[in-house]
Design a protein around this ligand. Structure first.
Ligand code: UGA
Length: 419
């Protein structure tokens, strides 16, 4: 927002985050973010505070807090969203706009609008879901592929629309499409988009299972069906499945909400999407055992990648770490390496061994698993690293390597859903 030219105050309850952000240190790794922070902090248009009363006097208020999965349940935990909405109430002025960005169960926006309007009848609430991807967050924010505005009456003429248009003037003038709709539809757009993406990944992973059973190659299959532009090649990479702080918990929260609304049957397919996804992890462990002559006991295993995806240090629901932990439970001695995510990984899975240097992590390994496709791992030279490992066995959990090249270099190569 500051980069777009606005005066911005960022508020959080965590004083350490505020202190770090104020000195342009981001609380997580995101390419380009610290550089951007440094740039806008210098302009004086952005500052950070823990004091929510500093929202007073500003006319647009974004709610950007998380909606994690509730402990032991599938539903989303709305504690933080509710706390921000009620926390803002004493500091809103007539005509202010509150913009919801958090991923919430359908019905939340109308409930919050009601709460806000009880005290501030002239304030507006827009639900404006966020579609950025971790690892591409800066570009996705400055140049989004669409804006969705959910307003109380679903009308283009709602006065809140013009206010948010002013906020997004720069990307809108650059041609970003924007759709105006009602609160419920805007909330559902987000749930539907993430469900579709998750379904696409599980679809191709289901095809990978069939490819394995029939000796076919899922990468060639994805290339071929992806050329049909009604299908498209993106999000058709078979592998160890999806993880992270969004897709897994969003499909579960969506099912839970549909159940509350009496529409659970409509989303039973998402249960299968989730099940296919979780099955990938056990399939990798099974393949790893096969590769090591049916026993992982005492095998020295190197796992390349801990983050749930490259260009991120996020290990929430990371399939890579879950697989690493399962291998260890089967008796393997597992060393995990990752360019950015090791501190987060070590906090979550202290029982695993970690090594920052890729070459050192590979030394003496009986088997290597590529589980997060960081570019530096995709660029590994099979001839060169064959000399480092104890036994040249590669389980490519993201199908990024050329099997012929690795086999020619003396490796026993296994991908997922390919011969
Ligand atoms: C996802 C959505 O892509 C964003 O549009 C959305 O805004 C975001 O959630 C959110 O709800 O905030 P993100 O979680 O950052 O973004 O990551 P994705 O790029 O969607 O990847 C999710 C997982 O799917 C990763 O573990 C990735 O490795 C996996 N994946 C992705 C595959 O296994 N195969 C593919 O073909 C693509």
């Amino acid at each position: 927002m500051a980069k777009l030219g606005h005066e911005v105050v960022g508020i959080d309850v965590d004083p350490r985050k505020i202190e770090n952000l104020s000195t342009s240190r981001a609380p997580f790794y995101e390419p380009g973010l610290e550089h951007l922070l440094e740039e806008v902090l210098q302009t004086g248009r952005l500052r950070f505070t823990t004091d929510i009363s500093e929202a007073k006097g500003n006319s647009v208020h974004f709610i950007c807090v998380g909606t994690p999965q509730k402990k032991g349940e599938n539903a989303a935990d709305l504690t933080y969203v509710d706390a921000v909405a009620t926390g803002l109430l004493p500091f809103l002025s007539p005509g202010d706009l509150v913009v919801g960005k958090s991923t919430v169960p359908v019905g939340t926006a109308s409930r919050l609008a009601h709460l806000i309007n009880l005290e501030h009848p002239s304030a507006h609430l827009i639900w404006n879901p966020e579609f950025l991807r971790e690892g591409h967050a800066v570009a996705d924010t400055l140049r989004p592929d669409r804006f969705v505005y959910g307003v109380s009456d679903g009308s283009e003429d709602n006065p809140a629309v013009a206010v948010l248009d002013d906020v997004y003037a720069v990307p809108l003038q650059a041609g970003t499409p924007r759709l105006v709709t009602d609160h419920a539809t805007a909330e559902l757009v987000k749930a539907a988009a993430n469900s579709f993406l998750a379904t696409k990944i599980s679809f191709i992973n289901a095809m990978a299972e069939v490819c394995e059973a029939s000796g076919a190659d899922v990468t060639g299959l994805a290339d071929a069906i992806g050329l049909d532009d009604r299908i498209g090649r993106k999000f058709l990479n078979a592998g160890i499945g999806f993880g992270g702080g969004c897709l897994p918990k969003d499909i579960r929260a969506f099912m839970a909400r549909a159940g509350e609304l009496g529409a659970d049957q409509a989303l039973t397919f998402l249960r299968e999407v989730d099940a296919i996804n979780m099955r990938r992890r056990s399939r990798v462990v099974e393949l790893a055992r096969n590769l090591c002559d049916d026993s992982l006991l005492g095998q020295q295993v190197t796992v390349l990648g801990a983050a749930f995806k490259p260009e991120s240090d996020d290990v929430r629901d990371s399939p890579a770490l879950s697989i690493a932990a399962q291998l260890q439970l089967h008796g393997a001695v597992v060393t995990v390496t990752d360019p950015k995510a090791l501190p987060n990984a070590a906090r979550r899975f202290p029982e695993l061994q970690y090594e920052e240097c890729t070459r050192k992590a590979l030394e003496g390994a009986d088997m290597v698993l590529l589980l997060t496709e960081w570019q530096e791992y995709c660029d590994l030279d099979p001839y060169e690293i064959a000399g480092l490992v104890g036994a040249p066995r590669m389980l490519d959990g993201r199908n990024v390597f050329d099997p012929n090249k690795w086999r020619a270099a003396g490796w026993t190569y296994r991908g997922l859903g390919r011969p």
